[in-house]
Design a protein around this ligand. Structure first.
Ligand code: 1PX
Length: 214
């Protein structure tokens, strides 16, 4: 569990996501990836049981970082420029990736589905009562989002790991933004941006038939 210097302020992490959105409704990739790094930091404070999840998230973050330090980094400034570039260059893996590195479009699709889980989970926490079970809220959000894309064994492991989550008020306190009521207020303020990022990505991927990249 979190203690001392391990503590991570979720408000700052969600602010990073807010800074992804431009006035032209584009999504900046740098803060998007930085936001995921912050979420992984928070996840790591919840205990080693979640390391199978954070390892996968880190692997996906690293794939995106490798594009950002490549010769083509200018193409990866926004989500929109990345999609345009990878489609025009036939880089989107419409078959299951073999030995070659997965595309940015595929990698972001995995994180995008996870963002849906985050949106539903945070909304559940925000609107739930004090005696609600965090693990039940987490499972409900997972079953309505990521679970639809995971094989049985991952679903089973993920759902089992949720049982160790602390009760709702302790979880809200772990967010390190003050009292549970302060955390709920912070979520109220931050959630619209998460929803916007989700909706813009979903519409862009739907427009280009990218929602099922294997
Ligand atoms: C206040 C809440 C903040 C909590 C922060 C939590 C950060 C969660 C980060 C989750 C990132 C998960 C990325 C998963 C991407 C994925 O779907 N990967 C699978 C497919 O990848 P592939 O390349 O093979 O197509 C991969 O198989 C995944 C394996 C790991 C298991 C993923 C389970 C995800 C459960 C999400 C719920 C996290 C619960 C945290 C507890 C609060």
């Amino acid at each position: 569990m979190a203690n001392g210097d391990d503590r991570c302020c979720l408000k700052e992490v969600l602010h990073i996501f807010q800074s992804c959105l431009t006035d032209q409704k584009e999504i900046l990739m740098d803060p998007y990836i930085a936001g995921w790094k912050g979420l992984v930091r928070f996840l790591n404070t919840l205990g080693a049981i979640f390391s199978f999840i954070s390892k996968d998230a880190v692997a996906k973050i690293q794939i995106m970082e490798s594009f950002h330090s490549s010769d083509q980094k200018a193409q990866y400034v926004t989500l929109q420029s990345m999609v345009k570039y990878e489609l025009a260059s036939n880089l989107v893996d419409l078959k299951k990736p073999g030995d070659q590195s997965p595309s940015g479009c595929r990698t972001i699709l995995r994180l995008h589905r996870a963002l849906h889980w985050l949106q539903l989970f945070l909304e559940g926490l925000r609107t739930s009562t004090e005696d609600s079970s965090t693990s039940a809220l987490c499972a409900e959000a997972y079953n309505a989002s990521l679970a639809n894309h995971h094989p049985w064994i991952i679903r089973k492991t993920a759902l089992l790991s949720f049982y160790v989550l602390p009760n709702r008020n302790s979880f809200l306190e772990l967010m390190n933004v003050g009292t549970p009521a302060d955390a709920v207020e912070m979520l109220e303020e931050a959630l619209p941006s998460i929803s916007k990022i989700y909706d813009i990505t979903q519409a862009l991927y739907a427009q280009h038939n990218l929602l099922d990249i294997p």
